[in-house]
Design a protein around this ligand. Structure first.
Ligand SMILES: NC(=O)C1=CN([C@@H]2O[C@H](COP(=O)(O)OP(=O)(O)OC[C@H]3O[C@@H](n4cnc5c(N)ncnc54)[C@H](O)[C@@H]3O)[C@@H](O)[C@H]2O)C=CC1
Ligand SMILES: Cc1ncc(C(=O)O)c(C(=O)O)c1O
Length: 306
């Protein structure tokens, strides 16, 4: 029986813990914030229901996650530890050191970092060959693709073990061949985000209309035909003509849009604080999350039908 420990139970933690538990792993989880533990505990039954509806192979009970009082208690005897704390290099390195001091020599240490090079995380542990990126996508219990990222010192056996684990969970591992910042998913996503924010800030489009354009024009299409195959679908000659005048016009800003800092300064962090770029009515968040989850389930089922 594989024992896994999930460290950090914020936006991502509960969904990941539930998927691992349903896949038959023995799962322990911890967070330094008691409120995060209670929120995660409360989320598990609904997540288990969604996994039932997706028809994910059930080798275990998705709600069977043991909440530990400390990191050391969570990782004791673990075969896999998944670090899932906020995206800050120093914090992640400190947690990696703490994990390294508490686990056995064969334990694989993975990170769900959105894009900090794995090479920087494995630099602080005693067995860097056993460190690997395992980058899930939000909501982790609904998005089937997981990036597997080897740092410069990651062993091939560690990478292959991770790929096999993800396949065994019935999910889609994608191996990222170079440890570049942002890996692949977020390099593509953040190119979209940068352009989208620029277009809204420049008054080219309203935020709601930007979302309609991307979801129904680009997103719907890309779910069926990825960007590489889309080039063939459009015609490479057309792409060359458009890209030759459009590429120089696209955003190249190296800083982060001021609109984001302005909202953060007002405590508007998004769904987790009840408001972000959009306002949400009190009581709306739960139904919004449930409605989105229903759509994710329906679309995933439709996309995997023969
Ligand atoms: N939010 C997203 O859409 C995605 C986030 N990620 C990545 O996953 C990681 C976690 O992200 P979120 O869940 O969104 O963050 P979050 O900020 O929602 O949650 C992080 C949790 O870690 C806890 N924590 C902080 N220090 C800790 C420590 N020393 N030991 C144990 N717990 C600790 C916090 O109390 C908090 O509950 C980040 O690296 C992020 O970039 C990856 C994919 C998607
Ligand atoms: C805005 C944003 N940033 C990072 C990620 C990630 O994959 O790390 C996501 C996501 O959807 O998973 C995201 O939306």
């Amino acid at each position: 029986m594989t024992i896994a420990a999930v460290i950090g139970l914020g936006t991502m933690g509960a969904g990941i813990a539930a998927v691992l538990a349903r896949g038959g792993l023995t799962v322990r989880a911890c967070d330094t914030a008691p409120a995060a533990v209670e929120r995660a505990r409360g989320e598990l039954p609904a997540i288990a229901g969604l996994l039932d509806r997706l028809g994910t192979p059930a080798r275990g009970d998705a709600t069977a996650v043991a909440f530990a009082g400390s990191l050391e208690e969570a990782v004791a005897g673990a075969d896999l530890v998944l670090e899932n704390v906020p995206e800050k290099l120093e914090l992640k390195q400190q947690v990696f050191r703490q994990i390294d001091a508490a686990v056995g020599t064969d334990c694989i240490i993975a990170s769900d970092t959105s894009g900090i090079p794995i090479t920087k995380l494995q630099a602080v542990v005693s067995r860097p060959e056993r460190v690997v990126g395992m980058h899930w996508s939000n909501p982790p219990h609904l998005i089937p693709m997981i990036e597997v990222v080897a740092g410069r010192q990651t062993g091939t056996a560690t990478r292959d073990w991770m790929v096999a684990l993800i396949r065994g969970l019935g999910l889609l591992p994608v191996v990222v061949k170079k440890d570049v910042p942002g890996f692949v998913e977020n390099r593509v996503l953040y190119a979209i985000m940068r352009e989208a924010l620029d277009l809204v800030e420049e008054g080219v489009i309203e935020p709601e209309d930007l979302d309609t354009c991307v979801s129904w024009g680009i997103g719907y299409k890309l779910a069926i035909v990825g960007p590489m195959k889309l080039l063939d679908m459009a015609g490479l000659d057309i792409y060359q003509s458009v890209a030759s005048y459009l590429n120089p016009e696209l955003s190249r800003r190296a800083d982060v849009s001021g609109a984001i800092a302005e909202r953060i300064g007002r405590g508007r962090l998004g769904l987790k604080s009840g408001a972000g770029l959009f306002d949400y009515a009190p009581g709306e968040l739960q139904s919004l999350r449930a409605e989105r989850a229903n759509r994710f389930v329906a679309v995933r089922k439709a996309l995997t039908e023969d």
